[in-house]
Design a protein around this ligand. Structure first.
Ligand code: NDP
Ligand code: 8X3
Length: 251
């Protein structure tokens, strides 16, 4: 019998590619995001029996409740929650950052993620389901301008590991997926629509793609029920590590 996955942030990037991968592998998919027309395109491409579009702002708990209450019968029982919706805003150092942007990242990457998880946990436990949370390499490796974004993603890692502890014995699997550079709309959003900045960042780097991450998510979800990937970190070959920066007095 086919299973149901709820994928947040399905209008673009990792989420959109995952809707295709899961639907084409026999899953029923609840696809969420604010851009309703993009969700409808997924339904048109993949079929209304495979994809249910749920357009809402994930930061609005009432809208989330409404969308969950309106799930049609075949999509009601979620077996897998992929908490993917998220964003980075700005690259300024902390001392020059915009507090509203910080709060939006916390509301989206943290508050909305825990809210949806909390709402779906009873059903996931009943069905011995799974949760995959999308974190980032920014959770483990700080970089200038990563401040609150990295903080939210570190929360996602630790929350995932905490869930693993709490769900001990329930059969529910929890995974933190921590990707590095992948070309999606991520940088366009981060730079408020600066296509040139986005193109420049990815040019020549051969970054990962939404499909690369979607393949990883499908692999994790398809493992035997007795196996749990706790954390997985992925990078394009052309991305690696730098030395610490050292500020020298007198420079
Ligand atoms: P995209 O910008 O391409 O996709 C982000 C998705 O999140 C969109 O579908 C967007 O939908 C959704 N989203 C954002 N805010 C809201 C909101 N308030 N309500 C509902 N949906 C929302 O980026 P990616 O695919 O790259 O990002 C997916 C996840 O992966 C994010 O959590 C990101 O932090 C993480 N990540 C990305 C990396 C990268 O290099 N690309 C690397 C590591 C992690 P809509 O705008 O329609 O609402
Ligand atoms: C996205 C990867 O390195 O831009 O989470 O923060 S990075």
């Amino acid at each position: 019998m086919s299973k149901t996955v709820l994928i947040t942030g399905a209008t673009s990037g990792f989420g959109k590619a995952s809707v295709h991968r899961f639907a084409n592998s026999g899953w029923r998919v609840i696809a969420t995001g604010r851009r309703a027309e993009r969700l409808q395109e997924l339904v048109n491409e993949l079929g209304a029996d495979k994809v249910h579009p749920a357009a809402f702002d994930i930061c609005d708990p009432a809208a989330m409740d409404n969308a969950l209450a309106k799930l049609p019968a075949p999509f009601k029982n979620v077996d897998l929650l992929i908490n993917n919706a998220g964003l980075a805003l700005g690259t300024a150092p902390a001392q020059e950052s915009d507090l509203d942007q910080w709060n939006t990242m916390i509301d989206t990457n943290v508050r909305a993620l825990i809210t949806l998880t909390h709402k779906l946990l009873p059903g996931l436990i009943k069905r011995k389901g799974a949760i995959i949370n999308i974190s980032s390499v920014a959770a483990s490796y700080p970089y200038p301008g990563g401040n609150v974004y990295g903080g939210t993603k570190a929360f996602v890692v630790q929350f995932s590991l905490g869930l693993r502890s709490d769900l001990h014995g329930t059969g529910v699997r929890v995974t933190s997926v921590e990707p590095g550079m992948a070309e999606t709309e991520f940088t366009l959003v981060r730079t408020k629509g600066n296509q040139e900045a986005s193109d420049k960042l990815y040019k020549g780097a051969n970054p990962m793609t939404g499909e690369d991450i979607a393949d990883t998510l499908l692999w994790i979800a398809s493992l035997p029920a007795h196996m749990n990937i706790n954390r997985i970190e992925l990078m394009p070959v052309n991305q690696s590590f730098s030395p610490f920066q050292v500020y020298r007095v007198g420079n």
